[in-house]
Design a protein. Structure first.
Length: 389
């Protein structure tokens, strides 16, 4: 049975995270204004919240499954604002390592913060159009190419890089490699200046005859598959797990906007009456009720995708459904908040304008809205990526 309920311990964690969020907001504006500065690994208040870690360790087995819980946690964190008091050693590269690395590789590198690099100047949505090459030379792989928009590329201790062993073969020749930061030929070329998500660094990295040991090929499978997805399937597998988390972040930011707006309205003596019939609603009530319904749909779709992952059920369709829904609401929710607030919404004094900018990328990274809809259509109509593109 699908179960999204929280046990008492989980509820206490969520409450504690809400409290932590109030502290995190103190830093949110600073790191938005100072994109060039990396936030410290720990903030002065970190020790105060150590009990949350212990409570997580004591979660127990009743209530919802682990991914559902971590999704709810992510929503709460982003509702508080993203900066964590203690940055966790986990990023997209870690999820890729968990999907395609051997057990030994996971043990060896799992403790490091790992970025993931797929996107290139000529390869975004069509992620199989990778130009970066990997060539075996003795007991080393030699990587050549350029990756852009690598989240945490500056901070991370290593980058999981997708490269092809043979460009003429396509998907079956694409493999993932663990490249430690500053391996010979690893060049950190640029740090992006972005519209939002400025607390998180985004890098362009060049690999120029970059040499890494042969055993850094994740999964250790050197064969090139002329049929099927080969190693490339690992990238899609990673997204099935991470897309619900991107959705959760967007939902968290939209909740923050909604909360801010309803509090501001309350200060003006305007309370939202959720029970009032449709003929008596004000325009503002109507908008907020519609937003609430979309938020609920996005949240349930996100939990469902996470729950399926925990049950070991293939969730490619559901991961795209939730990302598509959450991407949509991530654009509409903050936009609506700004509409209702008027001029005060766009001032530097409030965080709403920041959430508006931060959440825009929900609909871009790990597959744009159009790509999610393409995945959904293929899945429902039973078309291959060759038949529907
Ligand atoms: C903040 C941020 C962080 C990122 N982090 C990472 C990261 O850590 N690692 C990484 O590898 N990448 C990362 N990316 C890159 C991201 O995954 C790509 O931007 C995304 O896949 C889209 O690719 P593109 O920008 O090249 O757009 P394009 O693929 O050029 O698409 C441009 C437009 O065309 C549309 N389009 C493309 N193909 C189709 C189609 N077949 N049908 C209909 N419409 C289509 C798209 O939806 C989009 O609107 C990040 C991006 C951002 C903004």
């Amino acid at each position: 049975m699908v179960d999204f309920s929280l046990n008492e311990n989980d509820k206490n964690i969520i409450r504690a995270l809400r409290k932590q969020g109030e502290v995190q907001r103190k830093y949110a504006r600073y790191y938005d204004d100072h994109e060039e500065e990396l936030a410290p690994d720990e903030f002065p208040e970190a020790a105060e919240f150590d009990y949350i870690k212990q409570m997580e360790a004591d979660r127990g087995h009743d209530g919802c499954t682990p991914t559902v819980f971590f999704l709810l946690k992510t929503i709460t964190e982003y509702r508080g604002d993203f900066l964590r008091l203690r940055l966790p050693p986990y990023a997209l590269g870690n999820a890729t390592l968990a999907s395609v690395g051997t057990e030994e590789q996971q043990k060896k590198w799992g403790h490091m913060l790992l970025a993931m690099a797929n996107t290139e100047p000529g390869c975004g949505s069509d992620s199989k159009a990778i130009e970066t090459t990997a060539t075996l030379d003795g007991d080393e792989w030699v990587l050549n190419g350029e990756k852009i928009f690598v989240s945490h590329g500056v901070r991370a201790g290593g980058v999981v890089v997708w490269a092809t062993l043979d460009k003429s073969v396509g998907r079956g020749a694409i493999k993932a490699f663990l490249v430690p930061k500053y391996a010979p030929g690893f060049i950190l070329a640029k740090e992006e200046k972005k519209m939002g998500n400025r607390y998180s660094d985004t890098a362009a990295i060049v690999f120029k005859d970059c040499r890494i040991p042969r055993e850094n090929l994740l999964g250790l499978d050197e064969t090139i598959k002329t049929k099927g997805g080969g190693g490339f399937k690992g990238l899609m597998k990673t997204f099935n797990l991470t897309r619900p988390f991107v959705s959760a972040r967007g939902i968290g930011h939209v909740l923050a906007c909604r909360e801010f707006v309803t509090d501001e309205l309350k200060k003006e003596g305007i309370e939202i009456d959720w029970e009032v019939g449709q003929y008596k609603r004000t325009a503002v009530q109507q908008k907020l009720i519609e937003l609430e319904a979309e938020l609920e749909a996005a949240t349930l779709a996100t939990m469902h995708a996470g729950w399926l992952a925990d049950k070991g059920v293939y969730n490619n369709l559901e991961a795209s459904v939730c990302k598509s829904k959450a991407g949509d609401i991530s654009r509409k929710g903050p936009q609506l908040a700004l509409e209702i607030l008027g001029a005060s919404g766009i001032t530097h004094d409030q965080l709403v304008e920041k959430w508006f900018r931060d959440t825009r990328a929900t609909d871009i990274y790990e597959g744009t809205a159009e790509i999610q809809r393409l995945v959904i259509a293929r899945s429902i109509l039973n078309y291959s990526s060759q038949e529907l593109k």
